[in-house]
Structures are given as C-alpha cells and as structure tokens.
Design a protein around this ligand. Sequence first.
Ligand code: COI
Length: 403
Amino acid sequence: MEPGLASRGALPAAPPLPRWLTRHSLSPCLKIRNHIYSMPSPTYKVPSVTKCQASLATNYIRETSEVVDLDWENLGFGLVETDFMYVAKCGPDGNFSKGEVLPFGPIAVSPSAGVLNYGQGLFEGLKAYRKTDGSILLFRPEENATRMITGAERMCMPAPTVEQFVDAVKQTVLANKRWVPPTGKGSLYIRPLLMGSGAVLGLAPAPEYTFMIFVSPVGNYFKEGLSPINLIVEDKFHRASPGGTGGVKTIGNYASVLKAQKIAKSKGYSDVLYLDAVHDKYLEEVSSCNIFVVKDNVISTPAIKGTILPGITRKSIIEVAQSKGFKVEERLVSVDELLNADEVFCTGTAVVVSPVGSITYLGKRVEYGNQGVGVVSQQLYKSLTSLQMGLVEDFMDWTVQLN
Ligand code: COI
C-alpha cells in the first residue's frame, strides 16, 4: 500500500500541508489527529489558544468578555466565524471518540473522502438563544440528535448517540457563548455535520466518519426579515422522489434545490415551493423549510411520507397550535387548497416561522392577507419564539438551559 493511503479501517495519514497553509507558518498552525488542520483566518479571534480540550475551552471563555462586540442590529444569515468548533471521529468499530473542542478553522480531508466523492454527509441545524438573565437556552437538541441517527442509517453512516450529540452541542455553545446574541437580537445557529471522511474509491461506505459542530450568530434568514415572502411554485424541477432521500437531512438535497432557487431569486421571488414528483399537484416543501396552509382556522401541512423533511420547527408548531386549540391536519395538501388558503406560512430552524405574502403558480399570482402577516402565523410565531427565548414558562419542557 502506498504510504499515506489508509487501509480500510485505519485512519488516513496526514497529507503534507498545502502551500497556502504553510504560507501562514509564522502564525500558529495546528495539526490535529494527523489529518485535520486549522489555522487562524484573517478574522480569527483567539490567537493565543491553539488547541484545547472542552474543559480548557470552558476555562478560557471565563477569561473572555461576556458578549462579543458585533453589529447585532444588522445580523443576517451569513457565516460569522466564532472561536471554537467540535470534532469527533469514528472508525470502523462504529463508536465515536470522545470529541474535542478546537479552535475554529479549516479542516483537511482526503480528496478521496466519501463525502466529497459520493455525498455521504448529513447536517443538522438548531439554535441557542440568550435569555434576559444572560443564560443560554437550547431548543429540543435531542430531536436533532434523533433525526441525525435516522438520516445516518439511510446514508449508511454511524451516528453519535443522542447523549454524545447533545453533550457536543452543549460544549460547542458554551465554548462560543460570547457569540450568542443579546436577547431579541438573534440567535446562535448551531450546525452539526456528519460525514464520511475516510478515503474510498469504489462506491462503498467510508471507513472513517467525522462528526463536527460549528456555530454562527444569525439574524433573519430571508432578506425580507419578518415581512411576508413571495414564493413561486416550481413546475420543472423536483426536490425529492419516493424512495429517495428527501426525508433525511442529507447535504445533496440542498445542492439539488439551488438551481431552481437561483432562477426564482433572479426573478425577484424569495424561494421555491416544490410539488410531489408523482402527481405534480400536492405540496411538498420550500427549498429549506416546511409549508403550512390555513383555511377557516384549520391548519394543514403535508404529511411526512418519505419525501418531506420531518422538521423540528414543523413538529413544534403543530404541537403549539394544537395546545392553543387549533385543528391541525397532516395530509396531502393540493395546489388548489394553497391558492384558496386564508394564510400560508413556512417553518424551519433557520426561518422559524415565515409568513408567505404571495404564491405564483403557472404565471398566476395569489396574495394573502393584503401582504400583511396573517393572524394565525403571527400568533404561532409569537408563541414558539417566546418559548425558544425563555420569555414565557416552558410548558412544553422543550428548552435546555446552559450555564
Ligand atoms: C435549517 O433551517 O436549519 C436549514 O436546514 C436551512 C438551511 C438550508 C439554512
């Protein structure tokens, strides 16, 4: 076997550092577990710490200021690099190592990694909010852990246990706690990744997996902010098909929607609403969020049937709506119903609840509530976000308090 190429089961040896990394050799350059490198980026904020275990990270952050000095009023949904990320590895025994909290930075993977060649990868998204007393709340992190386990099974990957996942999220958030926006200014978006990092050539599951988490402070997902978004119903592309991977959070699902999204945005729409690939008349989801229609105070949303992502915000909105006495139906929802709805809204971790102001289908535009925010959407948004931000008592027992 060639030196540096791992046999199935062994960790791949570190490739030599590329020139663009060694260029920075005057600054501390980190070699981690033989094959992940991190280096200070131009905006890097923790120059004096090169590597730290979770406990060291916890000590370190005690010495830093409580909240970073950012322009919190103008946060959008773009990456803001923070201090630390979390990394854990899993070899062929299927067990993840005790992970490490490391300085945020680039990683190196083999060009032959399963994730790069065959898309063996999943991601998750969840948020941490700062309460008015300064403490930090996570929202239903065990739901993301469970969804990652389901997705990993579909993508032939081992997954961290629910405990490992939740513990890793907590460590990552605490290490980056000064990046959690002040109450009401946004949230810390948490992005767990699971990928086949081991080298493969023939089509096969990778021999090694990496579970990582990075975070970024975020504000509103859509540039419209909390104003209603304008969707176009896609009549050419589909997001998922029966038997495919539409129901799990695999990275390829998100690459596959970029084309239609790009076309829609070039025409001034906010995003694309997909229909089912079999009948072309039932709603599935928007590129990155679930869809709800409201008619006569009955809330309907497409049922989870393999092609739709089981959104955690979707599930939470259904439960909040039911707790408020709304009738919620999970079933096939047709385009006709959409066009005749009183209100339409989307849900997702990134968007939370986003009211829809108009839908365009085959050239016909239908507007809802005079472009205003519908009363049901408004009520559900308020109820859910108050819970997430700890502004009301957590009667659902959904939040996990840190520090
Ligand atoms: C999320 O809401 O977490 C998503 O997956 C959307 C993402 C594409 C930003």
